[in-house]
Design a protein. Structure first.
Length: 150
């Protein structure tokens, strides 16, 4: 009976190691996500997103490799093939999403979005003009009408 049990196909011995590596990667990803969600400083968010992107690329490569967990799962549990295929496709979308967020942050930090910098510039010009007009009136009132400083 033990021969019968051992002759059944099953995961290769190194699959447990791969599973452990993926579990460690998942833990690292979740830890970084938790830190990221608590970060409110935009430059720090950008740095953490880059760290996450690097980690995700490595993680997805591990999962998608020829001896990756997705291959293992589909080999021994074919009922999961449609789910695994969907998850593999999501990898591309997740990487695209993180790249879009990073671009949006760069745009904000470089004042390229939402007209914020144009609004700031327009406000600065308006305020400068306001101050110049005040200065002209004050100068006129003090120097022209009174003949000199008060």
């Amino acid at each position: 009976m033990s021969e019968e049990f051992s002759s059944k196909p099953g995961p290769k011995p190194d699959s447990t190691t791969r599973k452990g590596n993926v579990d460690e990667q998942h833990a690292s990803i979740n830890q970084l996500l938790g830190k990221l969600e608590l970060t409110t400083n935009l430059p720090d968010v950008a740095i953490q997103l880059t760290e996450l992107q690097v980690l995700l690329k490595e993680h997805f490569e591990t999962e998608e490799s020829e001896d990756g967990l997705h291959t293992l799962v589909t080999e021994f549990a074919p009922r999961h093939i449609p789910h695994v295929q969907r998850l593999l496709e999501e990898h591309k979308h997740l990487l695209t999403d993180i790249e879009t967020i990073q671009k949006n942050i760069r745009d904000i930090l470089e004042c390229k979005t939402q007209g914020i910098c144009q609004d700031v510039g327009a406000f600065a010009n308006k305020l400068r003009e306001h101050e110049k007009q005040e200065d002209r009136i004050f100068d006129d009132a003090v120097y022209t009408d009174t003949g000199g400083p008060l």
